[in-house]
Design a binder for this molecule. Sequence first.
Ligand code: FE
Length: 154
Amino acid sequence: MPSRMAHVGWLAVIAVLVTTAPAAAQGACPPTKPDMLGPFYVAGAPERSKTGDGLTVQGVVRSARACAPLAGAKIEWWSANGQGQYDDAHRATQVSGADGGFRYVTDMPGKYPGRPVHVHVRVSAPGQKTLVSQVYPRPNQSDVTLDFVLVPDN
Ligand code: FE
């Protein structure tokens, strides 16, 4: 009986190693790279998930700590309109769902000089450092799927 118990113990250890080692080795949840805030951020944009058509950005807000999904994270979006000008019609605030998920639909931003096409985003959640970043859709890319990974405060 003692040797059987020992086997069960080893199996548990192996199970833990198998399930945790790959994530640790690959750094499964590296924090999202911050990017410039730029001059056009305006706080307090209306809460909505759609400000246009043709470009969908979706994913999950997570903490870099254990990749944990963050429910109730605040996601603020702003981008240029089709003419390459920032306007209030392309500003929105969203809150991530119970599973940390979000889905935002907007127009493909127009070009403006000196920058690749981009959508600005600011993601904040209790206990995490606020992330300011940008999403860069490729030309003709209508769907972008990505997670926003925040760094814990401590
Ligand atoms: Fe910009």
